[in-house]
Write a protein that binds this ligand. Structure first.
Ligand SMILES: [Cu+2]
Length: 167
């Protein structure tokens, strides 16, 4: 709501050349969000968050100028059903990582302010318990519909990361 236009410009400039974001001990690679029509209530946000520090990092929330609200979710199995549950935080151990992928941990980006088309970028700010923030731009991808029967469905995303020949 109170985000300044100047900050957005700075983010765009610094993130234009890289698909990963560094801040302190945290490295985020391959952030992407699912393409969504304006009618979508929420879309998933996915990435790998690595912690290269000696202390654990605790992700406590996120925000995006493209969405009214961002929650931390995990898709879990309840009997025969896959359901999404809100989590208060994601803990990333020292020298460990959190993999946010379809069918597991994810950012739930709620109420897009405009339709997101493939190839566009959505700015996201990750907020950690120690006060650190990581700003990144997630690429909008079509993505396959999550296969709720197979928890390894996210592996099908590998190799779809790079678009050869596109500067
Ligand atoms: Cu969710």
């Amino acid at each position: 709501m109170t985000r300044s236009a100047g900050r957005i410009g700075w983010l765009t400039l610094t993130m234009m050349f890289s698909a990963s974001a560094w801040a302190g001990d945290v490295m985020v690679t391959d952030p992407w969000v699912r393409e969504a029509p304006l009618t979508a209530q929420a879309v998933g946000g996915f990435m790998v968050i690595e912690n290269h520090g000696v202390a654990e990092k605790v992700l406590i929330g996120a925000e995006s100028s493209q969405f009214k609200k961002v929650e931390l979710h995990e898709t879990v199995k309840k009997g025969d059903m896959m359901v999404m549950e809100a989590r208060p935080n994601f803990v990333i151990p020292s020298h460990g990582k959190a993999t946010l992928a379809p069918g597991g941990l994810h950012l739930m980006l709620i109420s897009p302010v405009k339709p997101l088309k493939e190839g566009e970028k959505a700015p996201i700010v990750l907020k950690f318990k120690d006060g650190e923030t990581v700003s990144l731009e997630a690429v909008v991808r079509k993505g396959t519909a999550p296969n709720m029967k197979d928890e390894h469905a996210g592996h099908a995303q590998h190799g779809a990361t790079h678009q050869p020949g596109k500067p």
